[in-house]
Design a protein around this ligand. Structure first.
Ligand code: GLV
Ligand code: MN
Ligand code: MN
Ligand code: MN
Length: 399
């Protein structure tokens, strides 16, 4: 029986990013496919029945597939240059929890499935939790199929190349009926669990969050021959827009707004860009406040762009309201983990998408610095073990 730390150790070299540091495991890239294969083998070694559904979600069944099952799981894809735990901790802990329940001789009252969701991070196709959004119908299927990665591949093409039939991608009521309750264990991504106290918390809510694309267009030109006074440089506008994003969010309690990705087109050192695309991630508990925040940012961006002789457009790419996890399920989990604090999170999760449809809950495992989406994300071995043990206790109590 492998511990959760041994399981994580067995994948520690998959998808390391020598340039960015940490891991780059974009959905359906070689490393993410390697991890999916690793998961399937681990599940089969445990005698679990593995199937991949029409949206590319892997299900590993302990017991027969049935409606109303208890389901736990997370994801194996990562952000570019991400940490070792965001996603894989929940998957490895689920495998370990099954080992613990088998070793306890548990006779479950219902089946248990471990799920692996594709494209949780949205780092390849831009929409986070794409697998669970497709499963639940939270994204329009045509919109999803037409999403493109940076190389111009559509999600439809990539799905087809990975054995899915694009005609069958989308809402899957039969699969949804199988989820009686969903529990996701995840590394904590803030500083909610300090040293010395409990290592595991029960999730309460996920901050409303969304992604918007700002496209600033100007006049592409020569860096050497174009006088400073003659330019309409979208990069100069973009730089000011980034500051406006920060300042607008800083003036709004509880708001977070980030430009984590910016692409100049065509992107040459001696080229004044003709266009700069910026992706904005904004979060706030109240969707009306988020809408106001986006409007203020867009209005500032229009003024900045005009001042530089440029123009700007804004497109919403995805949005998820604040989610509160199921109170009954979360209270039951709290009873199974006496002393575990209750924590809200600013990070999105497949459990948040599922929460609109089936009772869902989360467990968080201490991350002392709170750093995540970074190679420095960290979970101590003993806390990972405590997390897997807590998950086993929770699953046993719910089965
Ligand atoms: C996903 O991890 C997100 O919250 O962006
Ligand atoms: Mn995650
Ligand atoms: Mn993440
Ligand atoms: Mn996430």
């Amino acid at each position: 029986m492998e511990t959760v730390n041994q399981l994580l150790g067995s994948i520690k070299d998959v998808g390391r990013d020598a340039v960015r540091g940490g891991y780059s495991r974009a959905v359906y890239s070689t490393p993410e496919l390697d991890l999916r294969q690793w998961f399937i083998e681990q599940a089969q070694q445990r005698g679990l029945g593995v199937e991949t559904d029409r949206n590319g979600i892997i299900w590993a069944w302990w017991g027969k597939p049935q409606d109303g099952a208890l389901v736990t799981g997370s994801h194996l894809d990562s952000v570019p240059g991400g940490g070792a735990f965001d996603g894989p901790l929940g998957v490895a802990s689920a495998l370990t929890a099954v080992d613990v329940l088998v070793s306890r001789g548990l006779e479950p009252g219902r089946s248990l499935a471990i799920t692996v969701f594709p494209e949780e991070e949205g780092s390849r196709f831009g929409v986070a939790c794409l697998g669970s959004r497709l499963l639940t119908g939270a994204i329009d299927v045509d919109k999803a199929l037409n999403l493109r990665d940076v190389d111009g591949n559509t999600f439809a093409d990539v799905a087809r190349r990975n054995g899915l039939d694009p005609r069958h991608v989308g809402p899957d009521p039969e699969a949804m009926a199988r989820i009686g309750d969903f529990v996701e264990l995840h590394v904590e991504q803030g500083k909610g669990l300090g040293q010395g106290g409990p290592a595991i918390a029960v999730g309460s809510s996920i901050l409303g969050h969304g992604r918007w694309k700002l496209s600033v267009s100007g006049q592409g030109n020569h860096a050497g021959t174009t006088l400073m006074a003659d330019r309409a440089d979208p990069m100069v506008a973009a730089a000011q827009i980034v500051v406006a994003v920060r300042d607008t969010a800083a003036g709004q309690p509880d708001a977070r707004a980030t430009v984590g990705r910016l692409t100049p087109v065509p992107g040459g050192t001696n080229v004044i860009a003709s266009r700069v695309d910026l992706w904005l991630d904004a979060r706030h508990p109240d969707d009306a406040v988020t809408a106001q925040l986006i409007e203020s940012i867009y209005s500032a961006a229009r003024e900045i762009a005009a001042g530089e002789g440029c123009a700007v457009t804004l497109t919403e790419e995805s949005y998820s309201d604040t989610v509160h996890f199921d109170p009954v399920l979360s209270r039951r989990i709290g009873e199974l983990l006496p002393g575990a604090p209750v924590l809200a999170t600013g990070a999105g999760h497949d459990a948040g998408v599922l929460a609109g449809h089936v009772p869902s809950a989360m467990l968080f495992v201490r991350n002392p610095s709170g750093i995540s989406h970074s190679p420095e994300e960290y979970v101590a071995d003993e806390d990972a073990s405590a997390g897997a043990a807590a998950l086993a206790d929770v699953l046993e109590g719910l089965l």
